[in-house]
Design a protein around this ligand. Structure first.
Ligand code: 3H9
Length: 707
């Protein structure tokens, strides 16, 4: 490229000259978001360049990314963006007398793509990831994206991108007409394109007509919106806005887009999804660990136990390209585990999700062994054996002898004391809990359990590794059930108590799925196995507070051998071998008999009461966990519940939902429930304190972050 000299720089946009062409570089780390100062500096730099008589302008991003779009942080600070708003920036570009070309690399997302679409041309290298992901935040592209993409991109692709938020690779964007040319040296390609545009004259995108076939593409995309998508409303609204390209003159369509954008921005669903965006990123932060903490190198992984969890965990790492040694002492059980893995990959190939060669590669990365010493070179060893302390301690004693120095030793326990496991070894600093959720290769949540002596480097390593293998890490402290399960215990207790008082399993499930949960609690326990929850209850009953009401209904199920779908019966009955559930009169009779035995006059329980009691129990326990320090942020609970327990993302997680309901109201209702004398409803002092001071869980997170 032509040599350039930096001539002007403002805080967020640098201007360099390449001959008579100005190169404006957005420099707003980490992702060059288009905050108010960037917009202002861009307009100023452009106008200065034009006044100085440049023959063309390139807009680029500093570092690896062009721009990840609007600064999402700004959305909560007021509905009207500080001038100039994105449309003013785009108008300035379109009014430029000389061609303006966007040089695209890395993230070209949301407002970043909208900025590029307002330019007269676009070039990209093959690192570019191009998309309008606004719907994933419950928004629509509000800076002309629905209008300009309709005039440039192949309509079926444009409508799908806008409704689904899907990101395109550079080559796909070229084929769709979004990018004019690709080149390994994006700046050289931009200068060439400017020369070509200057010679041929250029038309601003806004002046072009929408492409034909748009109406049909919009309807096709509308029909493809999944009914249960957390952003279905945003997707539909985004397509309505896109239709403006056909129905209205450009300026009016742009004004309509802005109106619809502002409407979505004020919606609870968008606030919830934006909250989760930041909560997900914050959840990876733990005291004493930050981006500068050195991580250990992880190249090989060992997994102990080839059951459902162990084989799922092996796939998580093989899917990300790690060689995995899977240990199971019994050769038959090992073969069963390997077959389970083969079956998953075969199904993925049959569905077209994986190519045969990808599946073969992943399978080849998993080596089954029956001898523990095969793990002596592994950098990370994850124990996923039977959930019993004696079993775990025996395995860790062996690992302590054979694992290499510096290896990270992890347990996938879902409730046992990781401190006890860690201290049983001579290297407690290397021990951590990695609690995967079933099915491990599908569920995104990974609870990282920090034991008292877990080393900060170990924690930093597993946090980074989690993101590398596509999981969302949430760091939690040691307690019974860690985060997700701990908060489920009081929830499930309320379900059983409501069954005693007058509800039936199908009604409870319907009320909670009606609220948006992916699965009702009775169905969930039938799937997970009633015996699993029974073991937890038996452990807890050992030091039960007699002031807490306890229902033995779920225990009666287990005593009758009704362990859930695997035995053909639990809260529901199941056709032979199937998962199709139906109500079982025997269960209803059992529930009614128990109510009678307790002398409870059964009453109609409304869906509203079911939702409140079930969710308030989670919120109250969440407040206890926040106060005792096993959970750092309310946002962590929201991330865990939306990604691990099927809580609807459009409601932001239980703690965000509680903030929306109002902590004062919830506290009052918990006090009323507690007045009945049941210690299950002992209000968490933290909830009381927040309610009394008019603060929210969100406020608490912000205060703790600032502390
Ligand atoms: C929009 O553009 C609306 C317009 O249509 C119209 C308006 C009128 N803003 O994810 P990472 C932060 S809506 C503010 O960990 P990665 C993020 O919080 C926007 N901050 O890295 C994190 O901060 P921290 C449409 C942002 O490499 C840091 O950057 N755009 C933004 O795994 C690194 O992020 C989107 O929805 C932002 N826009 O992934 C894109 N983006 O270090 C959203 C990131 O303090 N962003 N941050 O935790 C992404 O998808 C990913 O962040 C990206 C990088 C792929 C870019």
């Amino acid at each position: 490229m032509t040599s350039s000299a930096s001539v002007t720089s403002s805080a967020s946009v640098r201007t360099d000259m390449a001959g008579t062409i100005a190169i404006l570089t957005i420099a707003n780390p980490p992702v060059n978001s288009l905050s108010a100062n960037v917009r202002r500096d861009l307009v100023a730099a452009l106008s200065r360049s034009v006044i100085n008589g440049v023959t063309g302008v390139v807009i680029a991003g500093e570092g690896a990314n062009f721009s990840a779009g609007a600064d999402i942080q700004e959305f909560d600070s007021g509905l009207d963006p500080t001038a100039p708003d994105p449309n003013d920036v785009h108008a300035a570009i379109e009014a430029s007398p000389v061609p303006v070309v966007a040089a695209l690399r890395g993230a070209v997302l949301g407002g970043g793509l909208e900025l590029a679409l307002a330019c007269h041309g676009r070039v990209a290298d093959d690192t570019a990831r191009i998309g309008l992901p606004e719907v994933k935040l419950g928004l629509l592209p509000g800076g002309g994206g629905t209008q300009r993409l309709s005039r440039i991109a192949q309509p079926m692709i444009a409508a799908d991108m806008i409704a689904s938020g899907r990101t395109l690779a550079a080559a796909e964007a070229l084929a769709a007409g979004i990018v004019d040319r690709l080149g390994p040296d994006v700046m050289a390609a931009a200068l060439e394109l400017i020369a070509k545009l200057a010679a041929s004259g250029q038309t601003a995108t806004a002046k072009r007509p929408p492409l034909s076939g748009l109406a049909e593409a919009i309807e096709t995309a509308r029909a493809a919106i999944p009914a249960k998508s957390p952003h279905a409303e945003a997707s539909r609204t985004a397509l309505d806005s896109m239709a403006g390209a056909i129905q209205l003159p450009f300026p009016e369509a742009l004004a309509q887009e802005r109106r619809l954008f502002l409407g979505l921005m004020a919606s609870t669903a968008s606030r919830a999804l934006r909250h989760l965006f930041f909560a997900e990123r914050a959840a990876a932060n733990a005291p004493g660990v930050d981006k500068t903490t050195r991580a250990r190198a992880i190249e090989t992984v060992g997994v102990i136990g080839a059951g459902t969890m162990g084989s799922g965990i092996a796939m998580v790492f093989a899917n990300a390209g790690f060689p995995v040694t899977l240990i199971e002492r019994d050769p038959t059980a090992l073969e069963r585990g390997l077959k389970r893995i083969r079956d998953v990959y075969d199904r993925a190939v049959a569905k077209g999700d994986l190519s045969t060669s990808q599946a073969q590669q992943r399978l080849a990365d998993i080596t089954g062994r029956t001898d523990m010493p095969a793990l002596s070179h592994a950098d990370l060893i994850i124990e996923a054996a039977f959930e019993e302390m004696a079993v775990k301690l025996a395995i860790f004693a062996e690992l302590d002898k054979l694992a290499k120095q510096g290896a990270i030793l992890a347990t996938n326990t879902s409730a046992l004391d990781v401190n006890v496991i860690a201290r049983s070894t001579s290297r407690p600093a290397d021990v951590v809990g990695l609690h995967f959720f079933s099915p491990a290769h599908v569920m995104r949540l990974l609870e990282i359990v920090r034991a008292d002596e877990t080393d900060a480097q170990v924690l930093a390593t597993v946090i980074r590794l989690a993101r590398q293998v596509g999981k969302t890490p949430v760091v939690v402290g040691v307690c019974d059930g860690f985060l997700a399960n701990r908060l489920l215990y009081p929830y499930l207790r309320q379900v059983d108590l409501m069954l005693e008082e007058g509800a039936l399993p199908a009604q409870v499930d319907k009320a909670l799925t009606g609220f948006g949960l992916a699965m009702g609690p009775c169905t969930m326990l039938d799937m997970a196995g009633q015996d699993v929850a029974w073991h937890v209850r038996q452990r807890q009953l050992k030091d039960w507070n007699p002031a807490m009401r306890y229902s033995r209904l779920a225990d009666l199920l287990v005593e009758q051998g009704r362990l859930g779908s695997k035995t053909g019966a639990g809260w529901y009955r199941y056709a032979a071998g199937g998962r199709q559930k139906e109500d079982d009169p025997a269960v209803e009779a059992m529930i009614l008999a128990e109510s009678a035995r307790l002398g409870l006059a059964r009453r109609a329980i409304s869906d509203e009461e079911i939702v409140k009691r079930a969710l308030y129990a989670i919120v109250n326990e969440g407040a206890f966990a926040l106060a005792d320090g096993t959970v750092q942020r309310a946002g962590d609970i929201d991330v865990a519940y939306t990604q691990g327990v099927g809580f609807p993302a459009a409601r932001g997680g239980p703690m965000f939902w509680a903030d929306m309901v109002g902590l004062k109201a919830i506290h009052q209702e918990i006090l009323a429930l507690h007045a009945g004398g049941d210690a299950n409803w002992t209000p968490a002092p933290l909830l009381a304190a927040l309610a009394e001071s008019g603060r929210s869980f969100g406020d608490l997170d912000r205060e703790r972050q600032g502390a």
